[in-house]
Design a binder for this molecule. Structure first.
Ligand SMILES: Cc1cc2nc3c(=O)[nH]c(=O)nc-3n(C[C@H](O)[C@H](O)[C@H](O)COP(=O)(O)OP(=O)(O)OC[C@H]3O[C@@H](n4cnc5c(N)ncnc54)[C@H](O)[C@@H]3O)c2cc1C
Ligand SMILES: NC(=O)c1ccc[n+]([C@@H]2O[C@H](COP(=O)([O-])OP(=O)(O)OC[C@H]3O[C@@H](n4cnc5c(N)ncnc54)[C@H](O)[C@@H]3O)[C@@H](O)[C@H]2O)c1
Length: 461
């Protein structure tokens, strides 16, 4: 057995996704001796299997969707789809899943990179197993900061039979060179709907199975109704409130049975049923984190509760699994670690965008969430298609703006539509800065824009 190498850098960062890479790079910029560790690729889920490749697919699907809107508005169109340019774009964007550029970006800032699987072996000790068969181990005892940014991985629900099948997660779908003829999507959340709609537009027959009574169950019910209508019109088969009781694979086809009796068959199965932090594998119990915790408990400065000298950032904190939250938290942590002060983390205006067509952008509380916390809620909805811009736009203008107000300010809002994610920008600012409703009502909204629906909704709230 080879004796482990022992090192005592200033800081150790476990996980080099958007959150960890930002923290490690900025501490290195500050002249610290930083070791960044990742068992996969520097950059994490977002650039290689998440945001970027999925949005490349969504963009390609949107081009196809838009081309189908030409008849009736601008003549005739004939679209012959081809998935190969999409595959090429994804491979180019990910450098064929090679992170050399990202590793160099970090090391040229002065950081040290270690590829391997890290595990906490004490309150301030990390053991890293090399990613080869050498059995080599490195023990790191950071002198000033330990940062946990190990993200999440796809969760497979405990459906009988599922574990034994060659199902796909977002990773296999993103890496696939060819689309299957049919795809069963388990989970009608962000991943399932974005990717499901994109591949359906390329001729893959998609069936979505969602356990909750509606799609995007954490967002407003109006968003679920809108997507249900648009996606089924595009040909997706959607089963909500569906409980799977078994999944099988015969070497060619997946078969899924629902308790209600539906029997669904497809060439491939995508599991997009949420993600989980693997705290046990990380050894989080050495920090006193309960075995059944789903996320690392942190304070408003991203310090892990009860673990002095340890910070956590990104998806692993359970505060919103989005790249923009990972970057936001990384900034709070870096300022704290370097003693630079500034504002602590706050979560009253977390924005999120589901990049379906129409996009569903939302910020802050939904109406149901606001009522649950006892706020005296007022709401208003304005339809996009009924407005001047919707009339001009014609096909593809489905959407709405919903405002949730309490105490004279907006506490939440949803902007769904062709540019829902962009309209969300002004709503995010209004919720973040607690702009008085009176101020918002006296704002002049440019004509004819989709965002004028915000002004219209404000007249009714
Ligand atoms: C299909 C898909 C689409 C998405 N689209 C969007 C989007 O449009 N917008 C958006 O904001 N967000 C999107 N997300 C979410 C976004 O990817 C994540 O929120 C973001 O990557 C989280 O960053 P992170 O640094 O916390 O974790 P990750 O990106 O998961 O990085 C964690 C890193 O830690 C490493 N690691 C884990 N455990 C260990 C260990 N024990 N030892 C060593 N290394 C370890 C992993 O290999 C990984 O590289 C999407 C996600 C998916 C899956
Ligand atoms: N545009 C974006 O920002 C974006 C895009 C993709 C992913 N993400 C992030 O990644 C996370 C993971 O995405 P996701 O879509 O896997 O998770 P999700 O939590 O958004 O949706 C998962 C869905 O699967 C359903 N589900 C769970 N178990 C099920 C079962 N046994 N049968 C049927 N349905 C079941 C859930 O009810 C839920 O609706 C998201 O929460 C989000 O934070 C963000």
């Amino acid at each position: 057995m080879v004796a482990p190498t022992v090192s005592t850098p200033d800081a150790v960062v476990i996980g080099m996704g958007p959150a960890g890479e930002e923290v490690a790079g900025r501490l290195a910029d500050a002249g610290w001796d930083v070791v960044g560790i990742d068992e996969r690729l520097v950059g994490g889920e977002c650039p290689y299997w998440g945001c970027i490749p999925s949005k490349i697919m969504v963009r390609a699907g949107n081009l196809v969707g838009e081309a189908h809107r030409v008849p009736g508005s601008a003549g005739i169109s004939r679209v012959q789809t081809d998935w190969r340019p999409v595959v090429r774009h994804v491979r180019g964007a990910t450098d064929d899943w090679d992170d050399k550029v990202a590793v160099d970006r970090f090391t040229t800032r002065g950081g040290r990179f270690l590829r391997g699987s890290a595990r906490l072996t004490g309150p301030n000790e990390v053991c890293v197993a090399a990613d080869d068969d050498s059995g080599r181990e490195t023990v790191l005892r950071p002198r000033r900061a330990l940062v946990l940014a190990a993200g999440t991985r796809p969760a497979a629900p405990p459906v009988p039979g599922l574990a034994g099948t060659p199902y796909w997660t977002n990773r296999e779908l993103v890496e696939a060179e060819r689309l299957p003829g049919s795809l069963l999507v388990l989970g009608g959340g962000a991943i399932g709907l974005e990717l499901g709609q994109a591949v359906q537009r390329f001729g893959c027959q998609v069936t979505v199975v969602e356990a909750q009574s509606r799609l995007l169950s954490r967002e407003e019910p109006e968003a679920a109704e809108l997507l249900m209508r648009v996606l089924t019109t595009e040909g997706l088969e959607i089963h909500t409130g569906a409980e799977l009781v078994s999944v099988g694979y015969d070497g060619e086809r997946f078969t899924a049975s629902c308790r209600r009796g539906e029997r669904l068959v497809a060439e491939r199965l995508l599991v997009s049923a949420g993600r989980r932090a693997d705290l046990e594998r990380l050894g989080a119990s050495t920090l006193g984190v309960p075995a059944d915790a789903r996320a690392l408990p942190v304070d408003e400065r991203m310090r892990v509760l009860g673990a002095p000298g340890v910070w956590a950032v990104g998806d692993i904190t359970g505060k919103g699994a989005f790249t923009h939250m990972a970057m936001y938290q990384a900034d709070v942590a870096v300022r704290g670690i370097l003693g630079r002060g500034g504002r602590a983390a706050e979560y009253h205006a977390v924005p999120r965008v589901t990049f379906t067509d129409p996009e569903v952008g939302a910020v802050g509380l939904t109406e149901a969430q606001a009522r649950t916390v006892g706020l005296p809620v007022r709401t208003a909805v304005a339809d996009l298609a009924a407005g001047s811009r919707g009339f001009v736009h014609g096909a593809g203008s489905d959407g709405f703006v919903k405002l949730v107000a309490a105490g004279g300010v907006l506490v939440g809002a949803t902007a769904a539509g062709p540019t829902g994610g962009e309209v969300l920008g002004l709503l995010t600012l209004a919720v973040q800065a607690r702009v008085p409703l009176e101020e918002l009502r006296s704002t002049v909204w440019a004509y004819p824009t989709f965002h004028r629906a915000v002004g219209e909704a404000l007249t009714r709230i």
